[in-house]
Design a binder for this molecule. Sequence first.
Ligand code: ADP
Length: 304
Amino acid sequence: MFKEINIYVIFITIILLLSLIALYSIEAMEYNLFLLLFSLVFIIHIVIVSLFIYNFNHREPKKNQELITLKTVEKYRREFFGNVSHELKTPIFNIQGYVETLINGALYDKSVNKKYLKRTSKSVDRLIYIIQDLETISQLESEELKLEMTEWNLKGVINEIIDQFEIKSEQKKIKFIHDKKSTNLKVIADKDKITQVLTNLISNSIKYGKKGGFIKIRCHQTKNKCIVSIKDNGIGISDKNIPRLFERFYRVDKSRSREQGGTGLGLAIVKHIVEAHGQEISVQSNVGKGTDFTFSINSVNYDS
Ligand code: ADP
């Protein structure tokens, strides 16, 4: 399109220029007014062409940028749908397999029927976890995300979460070390969403923690913020995996994560929530030694 306009503009300019030269070479007085008008038309034409070229040159990088962004979004979308269908496939095929086996006679075989039904139920649970996490991610990414900022006590919420994980932590003989003195403070944040952040981080510390190990939860108070730390002495994460850790569906060890019931969305959700609060999250880890996730949150006062 630009090429065609370009040729057209060059053609018009040459015609105008040649006409102008021809007119200047005719020295008759009656041509003076016409010559003046013609020169004016030529100048206006040159101004318009210059403006057009200027605009086009300045729009081009913007257009390229828009194109790059569109391509990135499209790639991101394709990857996301690919990941979602991949995640859903495994539990769906498992359910299909067990149901077919049961229908084809295993239902009356007492040695396997309960086992197959339990496995079917486990796959259904897995589907539910994936759908719930996907729902959370899409809510967080939609423009509708509204934070309900209230003042609440951090210690109380952490205690409730620890209680919820009692059975799971006991199964792995993991001990909670909750520094209640440091977490006994009022924070200003969306309580439900930060509860989700703490739940996901503590859940990961159990999943990837060491049998017989510990999970330390404490808070470091700065001027008007508190830095919450959730530290375990589990398997740890190598440096090369850390930059991609908060991406959706990214897992260091895929089979281990699935085995533990992970969806690969937990940390992406955590990051979204923390950043929606205008805060930061970071991670420090050593393979075989453990991991320490820290995030900031606005605090009101410190009453020890
Ligand atoms: P998942 O559902 O797989 O746990 P997450 O998004 O919560 O997904 O975590 C992404 C990956 O980060 C996990 O698969 C795991 O490899 C790694 N990870 C997260 N937390 C820890 C931790 N505390 N210790 C070691 N690895 C962790």
